[in-house]
Design a binder for this molecule. Structure first.
Ligand code: XMP
Length: 317
C-alpha cells in the first residue's frame, strides 16, 4: 500500500543507491514540487545536494528573502542568486508575451548553468518534475502548449550535460503534498498557490520596468495578504494581480489623476486546465480595492476579472 511514509523510506534508499557519493544540483523555485524534491534529496544525500534559487526580478514582494530563509530553516544548502538586473536588461522594451517567456527561460538556464558549474564535480541535475508534467510533455503540454509555451526547465538537462534525477516523477500533486507533510515541511509552504515560472513578467501587460514590477508587487501583496487574513487563501486555487497597460482618470483630493488600472484574478481549479473565477465576498473586494488605491502610488482603479477558462486563460499573457 502506498503511504507517504513508505514512499519516503523507499525513495531515500533508492536515491542513496543511485547517487552514491555524487554531487547533485537542484533548482528551487519556492513552489511545492521543487521544495519537496529538495527536502527528500537532502534527507537522502545531505550535503552533496546544492540548491540554487534565482531571483529573476519578477518574484512576489519579499519572496526571494522569505523563501530563502525558509529553505535555510529546513537545513538545505541553498545558493541565492540575485540576477534581477540581467533579466530586466534583457527584457527591456519587450512586449510580446511569448518573447518574454523565451527570454526569461533562456536567462534562467544561463544563470543556473553558471552557478551549477561553480560546484566542483557536480554529476546530477535534480528536478521536481511530477507525473502530470510527464504526461503533459508527452502530449506536448496539453491544449495550452501552442497557446502559451510553459518554459520552466525545458532545455536545462540538454544544456548542462548532467544526468537527471526526478524523485517525484510518478506522483500527483496531492501525493506530493502528502509526502511533503511526512517530511515535516510546513503547511504554509505546501499550501502555496501555483505561480508561473515567468512570474510577474507575464502579469505586466506591456514592457517590463523595475518601477512596474514594484507597483505590481505592492498591489499583489495587498491582495494575497488580505486573502490570508480573511481566511480565503486556501479556498482559492490561484490568485494574482495584472498590471494593465491602461491609464484611467481619477480624482484625489482636488487633483485630477491619470494612472494605471490593475485587474484582480482569483480562480478555482484542480489542474489549471479549466478554471472558474471565484465569487469572492464583496466586502473583501472592497477592502482590497481601497487599500490598493490608497497605498500603491500609480494605481487609481481596480477591476475584478470574472472570466472563466476556457476561453479566458488564468494568466492574461
Ligand atoms: P493559463 O494562463 O495557461 O495558466 O491558463 C495555467 C497555469 O499555468 C501557469 N502558467 C505558467 N507556468 N510557465 C509556468 O511555469 C509559464 O510560462 C506559464 N504560463 C502560465 C499559470 O500560472 C496557471 O497556473
Amino acid at each position: 500500500d502506498w503511504t507517504p511514509a513508505s514512499f519516503v523510506e523507499t525513495t531515500v534508499k533508492e536515491l542513496r543507491d543511485q547517487l552514491g557519493n555524487d554531487k547533485v544540483v537542484l533548482g528551487l523555485s519556492g513552489g511545492v514540487d521543487s521544495s519537496v524534491a529538495g527536502v527528500l534529496l537532502h534527507k537522502a544525500i545531505g550535503k552533496n545536494l546544492t540548491c540554487i534559487f534565482v531571483d529573476n526580478g519578477l518574484l512576489r514582494k519579499n519572496e526571494f528573502e522569505d523563501v530563502l530563509d525558509s529553505y535555510k530553516d529546513m537545513g538545505l544548502n541553498v545558493i541565492g542568486v540575485d540576477a534581477k538586473e540581467k533579466f530586466w536588461n534583457d527584457l527591456k522594451g519587450v512586449t510580446e508575451p511569448e518573447q518574454k517567456r523565451k527570454i526569461i527561460g533562456r536567462d534562467f538556464i544561463e544563470v543556473f548553468d553558471v552557478e551549477a558549474h561553480k560546484i566542483q564535480d557536480v554529476k546530477w541535475l535534480a528536478q521536481g518534475t511530477i507525473y502530470p508534467d510527464v504526461i503533459e510533455s508527452v502530449s506536448v503540454n496539453g491544449p495550452s502548449a501552442t497557446i502559451k509555451s510553459h518554459h520552466n526547465v525545458g532545455g536545462l538537462p540538454e544544456k548542462m550535460h548532467l544526468k537527471v534525477v526526478e524523485p517525484l516523477k510518478l506522483l500527483f500533486k496531492d501525493e506530493v503534498r502528502r509526502v511533503g507533510k511526512a517530511l515535516d515541511i510546513k503547511a504554509s509552504l505546501l499550501g502555496r498557490h501555483p505561480f508561473p515560472g515567468p512570474g510577474l513578467g507575464i502579469r505586466i501587460l506591456s514592457d517590463i520596468t523595475p518601477e512596474k514590477v514594484r507597483i505590481l508587487q505592492e498591489a499583489d501583496a495587498i491582495f494575497i495578504n488580505t486573502m490570508k487574513e480573511w481566511g480565503l487563501y486556501d479556498d482559492v486555487w490561484q490568485a494574482g494581480v495584472m498590471l494593465l497597460p491602461v491609464q484611467s482618470v481619477g480624482v484625489m483630493g482636488d487633483e485630477r489623476t491619470y494612472e494605471n488600472v490593475v485587474a484582480l484574478r482569483a480562480v478555482a481549479s484542480t489542474d489549471g486546465m479549466t478554471a472558474d473565477w471565484v465569487h469572492l465576498p464583496y466586502d473583501f473586494l472592497a477592502k482590497v480595492s481601497n487599500d490598493i488605491i490608497n497605498k500603491v502610488r500609480g494605481i487609481n482603479r481596480v477591476v475584478y476579472d470574472i472570466s472563466s477558462k476556457p476561453p479566458a486563460t488564468i494568466e492574461w499573457e
